[in-house]
Design a protein around this ligand. Structure first.
Ligand SMILES: Cc1cc2nc3c(=O)[nH]c(=O)nc-3n(C[C@H](O)[C@H](O)[C@H](O)COP(=O)(O)OP(=O)(O)OC[C@H]3O[C@@H](n4cnc5c(N)ncnc54)[C@H](O)[C@@H]3O)c2cc1C
Length: 803
């Protein structure tokens, strides 16, 4: 065994082997994989081997497409058969809601370059004569889908990696991972120790145990899962052509041909987490006792929809465990707060996803960033609230909902109230309808009291529509109050704070008492943050940003601090706060502070430490609503007092609570984008329009790439459009078409209540990005006329915000 390596990958399942392959393929030859048993000894050997492209996140779908398209190359490179049957596959809908869902998926596929199309029920029956087409309304066909041999794929990655210069060792269990002072690792096995610059946890079923070796608690959970294989079915034996694969969402089943019979799997309504307290060390090539009663109901449904199954004998019933993460997506990337420690865990569809996971992780390690935005898989989307128990609860929920519809306005019930603020009970009593982000509850909108606080999940406008309209009206005409605990707050202090920020931020670093907006770029010029830099003193800065991305941004700041005399802290939970917005906001503020808050004394983008509502506070004049607005940050124990003072002093001003939905509506009529939607590493400063905030007179990370793009001009641009609709709005990822061709896609949108207009933001080719250009936007399969707005529909000069 080597004593030295650049990377040691722990775990020889499909994920670890793919990472090894991609690292050596991209040029890092001295990489070693260690496997405790034989390759595939975790969940990989007993997978059903079905492969498909559809996923909740478009970039994950894209990577699933990459994974599937890689199989022929992998087979050739390795000389190992992967048993790939590219039969094509279909997704069937047996009710209108699932049909709408499929239409939305097809819309996404248009711009992802995936070749999905609807086929008629007759075509469905022709392609899969065993299925009963009368049960279905629609079928979406994807030619990439099919099946593979799980062991073959895993060995193919390993063998191809070996041919390219990588190495792997079986029967080499990692028993310790000890970090040296320089951040490198001693990876200890009974056979020897490898000193490595980086380690990757690809421990699959043992991801938790491998994490514990380095003091890391991962919120992943193995779940029991069943599929059955039938005896020979004569109708299949007689066929020359292999049957296509299929997924029936409402029936909650997936199926494909296996030998001359069929394989049928299901996600049962009550999940069974496996080995909650830890995966045994001696578990290997074993299966679990089938629990037929768990899946009997689902199988019956499957037999109704594919009648030939009911007559076929069952040859094999498999119950095997595989690992889920809290939202069902993989957790990959550098672990925030740790040096040179990479995760590739919670990959629940390894044969659809491992290629993409390996590719992204290799790019991330070698180039410093993945080629595309991998936020939906980034381990940094969770924080320490994602405890092991949370992992079990949410993984179970995700397992149970694997084929259950989640609507765009739906929030999931499990693992809630992990983090709440001092106002939680008060706002609940008022009628707050809660959503959660980064484990923290935040009010989405306010109903008329707790009994009224409910909403039907839907693709169309919900009953919340009128309530949100009322909140928007109050902000535009009177004053709104909203909780802002969910914004991230990062502090950067010390003698080199300004120098450091000048380096990591592309924008202007403000003078004491002032605030500036700034993009933060990667080395390749991609957006890595749209942040608000506030200077309290010359060596004391606060950065406000996306609450969801707080660990991602922490990781970025911490990984660029070397050589600077600064201290960094994520102070998001040290400061909670309240926002006031609307023409009466100043009058209200003046009633609860002794400060002069007139327009000249507290200007737009000012910040100061002072006292508000009798408590110590950081007072800023900022607005994401496009109105005169203030954000008041206080330590959590002061928040209730501040809130009570505001309520007690709001008389006669039309003070109204508003939630996140209203805020997201108000920003639409100002053409403002938001992080994780318009602003994310898929786009650059010039494409998003955030280049207006760049300070070109200094050096900063990503400047070369940004300058090149400025000279050449961006190929796509962010635009804001009005959409002609009556009762439905865009949400995310709808295709934008010009003359029948897909030219872009929607990044967010909704109803702009004040201007009473359905709106969308999205990226289109630059030569089409002029005001007035018309498009069609596809919502649930229907085309709606869209038009780029010439200027902001509300207060284009920003006079009200700056008043
Ligand atoms: C019944 C069933 C059906 C499935 N069907 C499908 C399907 O149809 N399509 C699909 O895409 N996916 C399917 N899956 C999921 C798929 O199997 C997993 O996503 C995939 O196996 C995950 O791979 P992995 O490499 O992350 O984990 P694993 O396969 O668990 O690999 C982890 C490896 O790490 C090793 N290891 C652990 N600890 C150490 C240590 N300390 N030192 C060294 N090595 C260590 C283990 O021995 C193991 O080999 C199915 C899973 C099951 C159980």
């Amino acid at each position: 065994m080597e004593s030295q390596a650049r990377v040691v990958i722990i775990g020889g399942g499909v994920v670890g082997c793919s990472i090894l392959f991609h690292l050596v393929k991209h040029g890092w030859k001295d990489c070693v994989l260690l496997e405790r048993n034989e390759l595939t000894s975790g969940s990989s050997w007993h997978a059903a081997g079905q492969i498909h492209t559809i996923s909740s996140d478009p970039n994950i779908s894209r990577l699933q497409g990459y994974t599937i398209e890689l199989y022929p190359e992998l087979e050739k490179l390795s000389g190992q058969s992967v048993g790939h049957h590219q039969t094509g596959g279909f997704y069937v809908a047996s009710n209108q809601t699932w049909y709408d869902y499929l239409k939305r998926e097809r819309s996404k596929a248009r711009y992802m370059g995936l070749d999905q199309e609807f086929i008629s029920m007759k075509e469905l029956a022709d392609r899969h004569p065993l299925i009963d087409p009368s049960r279905y309304l629609a079928a979406l066909w994807d030619p990439l889908d099919g099946d593979i041999d799980p062991s073959g794929v895993t060995y193919a990655y390993a063998k191809a990696a070996k041919k390219l210069g990588g190495s792997y060792h079986t029967h080499a269990q990692v028993i310790e991972t000890n970090q040296r002072a320089d951040g490198s690792w001693d990876v200890v096995t009974k056979e020897g120790t490898i000193h490595a610059e980086h380690i990757v946890n690809a421990g699959g079923l043992w991801a938790r145990e491998v994490g514990h070796l380095s003091g890391l608690n991962l919120p992943v959970q193995p779940m029991e899962h069943h599929y059955l294989i039938t005896e020979t079915i004569p109708a299949i034996a007689e066929r020359e052509e292999r049957l296509p694969a299929g997924i029936d969402y409402e029936g909650n089943i997936y199926f494909r041909q296996e030998g001359q019979g069929m394989l049928l799997g299901t996600y049962e309504p009550k999940a069974t987490p496996w080995m909650v307290r830890g995966t045994p060390n001696d578990f290997g090539h074993e299966l679990l006792e089938p629990q037929l009663d768990h899946i009997a109901e689902r199988l019956e449904l499957g037999f109704e929809r594919i009648p030939a199954l009911a007559e076929a004998g069952i040859k094999d019933m498999i119950n095997g465990p595989f690992t889920f993460g809290p939202d069902g997506n993989p957790m990959i990337g550098p672990v925030p707060g740790m040096k040179n420690y990479w995760a590739a865990v919670g990959v629940m569809a390894g044969f659809c996803q491992a290629g993409g996971v390996g590719k992204c992780l290799a790019e991330w390690m070698i180039d410093g960033e993945p080629e595309i935005d991998v936020w939906a898989m980034d381990i940094a989307r969770f924080g320490d609230y994602a405890s092991p128990d949370y992992g079990t609860i949410k993984s179970s929920e995700n397992y149970e909902r694997r084929f259950v519809m989640t609507f765009p306005n739906e929030t999931l019930p499990k693992g809630r109230r992990m983090r709440t603020t001092a106002l939680y009970d008060r706002l609940t009593q008022l009628g707050a309808v809660w959503g959660d982000g980064f484990g923290l509850e935040a009010a989405l909108w306010y109903a008329d009291g707790p009994e009224d606080a409910h909403e039907e999940p839907t693709f169309a406008r919900s009953r919340a529509h009128d309530y949100v309209a009322r909140e928007c009206k109050a902000v535009r005409e009177a004053v709104g109050i909203t909780e802002i605990a969910n914004f991230a707050k990062h502090s950067i202090r010390g003698p080199d704070a300004r120098k450091f920020l000048d380096h990591v931020m592309a924008g202007r670093v403000p003078q004491p008492g002032r605030i500036n907006l700034s993009p933060m770029l990667t080395h390749k010029g991609k957006l890595y943050g749209d942040l608000t830099i506030a200077c309290l003193k010359d060596d004391d800065f606060m950065i406000f940003g996306s609450g969801a991305a707080q660990e991602m941004h922490r990781r970025w700041f911490e990984s660029h601090m070397d050589g600077y005399d600064i201290r960094y802290a994520n102070e998001s939970r040290r400061y909670h706060g309240i926002g006031l917005s609307g023409p009466n906001a100043r009058e209200l503020l003046s009633r609860i502070t002794r400060d002069d808050v007139s327009g000249d004394a507290l200007k737009f983008r000012d910040i100061r430490r002072t006292f508000v509502g009798t408590v110590p506070a950081i007072l800023t004049r900022l607005s994401f609503s496009g109105e005169l607005g203030y954000e008041i940050y206080v330590e959590p124990e002061y928040q209730l007092k501040l809130y009570e003072e505001i309520l007690a002093n709001g008389e006669g001003l039309g003070l109204t609570h508003y939630g996140l939905r209203a805020l997201m509506s108000l920003r639409l009529e100002k053409n403002w984008g938001a992080w994780t939607l318009e602003f994310r590493p898929d786009f650059t400063a010039a494409q998003s329009g955030l280049d207006v905030f760049i300070n070109w007179d200094k050096d900063f990370i990503g400047k070369d790439a940004a300058q090149k793009e400025r000279d050449a001009g961006p190929t796509i641009k962010l635009v804001t459009m009005t959409i002609d609709t009556d009762d439905i709005d865009v949400t995310l990822d709808e295709a934008i078409l010009k003359d029948g061709e897909c030219v872009g896609y929607v990044t967010s949108g909704g109803y702009a209540h004040h201007v009473q207009q359905s709106m969308a933001l999205g990226y289109v080719p630059s030569d089409l990005a002029q005001g007035g250009t018309t498009f069609e936007v596809e919502i649930n399969g229907e085309m709606y006329a869209a038009r780029i707005v010439d200027e902001e529909l509300y207060d284009p000069a920003g006079a009200r915000m700056r008043a």
